[in-house]
Design a protein around this ligand. Structure first.
Ligand SMILES: [Zn+2]
Length: 258
């Protein structure tokens, strides 16, 4: 899974394609050309803090976001989570996954495994029985996997067996002893591999461009919303390198940072 097929040139080509599609079809990016009065090669950085306000302009022309019909826009798809988990080298998709979240999600499967939401303590639910049902399903599984933020898992729900725990790693804290790299708006971006101990990007879906202003993230496959050249305020400088062991891109604290 971690992939021998990586090619830097193909990765850059994928990025170029995503940028061209954004400039061609998505209002927020098209306006950058209008503002510049010229066809730009690179999109101006869009701070992640603006994404929610920009949401209505991040979908392709002719297929605008419809709040009533679509999933919340920042969730992504199950394959993004599954691939990030596999990048840890500790999850092969065999264990049912219980993800601690603040709201329910209409997913049922993660590849071959079942997927469940465990509502966190802050979740607002009309029916408290929903949270209880999640906990019962969790305890009924002999070998579940449990995913959440470190804070959410400090009081892990009791389980008679040995659940395997996976922690989310925020972009702002790459040093954390976590497993899957996650951003609230960008979604699941990669995984901390237990063998090489490096944070592997899911390069099939995520491109990172280093700039003097910081790393810019592009989601290569996601169109709704289209996220191209996104900066994440408040994170330390990051560099993209190739893992010596696996030959695929890893995120690391930038060498220029002191
Ligand atoms: Zn590696």
């Amino acid at each position: 899974m971690i992939g021998r097929a990586f090619s830097q040139r193909a990765w850059e080509r994928g990025y170029r394609t995503a940028v061209a599609r954004a400039f061609g079809t998505v209002p927020h990016y098209r306006e950058m050309w209008a503002e510049a009065g010229a066809r730009k090669q690179e999109p101006a950085p869009t701070p992640a803090t603006r994404l929610e306000a920009l949401l209505g302009r991040l979908h392709p022309l002719g297929a605008p976001y419809d709040r009533r019909r679509e999933e919340p826009p920042w969730i992504g798809e199950p394959a993004e989570l599954l691939e990030a988990l596999r990048l840890t080298g500790a999850y092969r998709g065999e264990r049912p996954l219980f993800e601690v979240r603040g709201a329910l999600l209409d997913w049922r499967r993660l590849g071959r495994a079942r997927y469940h939401v465990l509502l966190d303590a802050d979740a607002e639910v009309a029916d408290p029985g929903v949270r209880e049902a999640g906990l019962r399903a969790f305890r009924a599984e002999p070998e579940p996997a449990l995913l959440g933020d470190p804070g959410q898992l400090t009081d892990s729900p009791e389980h008679p067996g040995r659940p395997r725990r996976f922690l989310r790693i925020p972009l702002a804290g790459l040093d954390a002893h976590g497993h899957v790299l996650h951003d609230r708006l960008l979604g699941y971006l990669g995984g901390h591999h237990r063998g090489c101990r490096r944070i592997h990007l899911n390069w099939r879906r995520v491109h990172v461009r280093e700039t003097p202003e910081g790393p810019l993230f592009t989601l290569l496959r996601r169109r709704r919303p289209t996220l191209v050249g996104i900066s994440v305020p408040g994170i330390a400088p990051l560099a993209v390198e190739l893992c010596r062991e696996h030959g695929t891109p890893v995120l690391t604290a930038s060498r220029t940072a002191s």
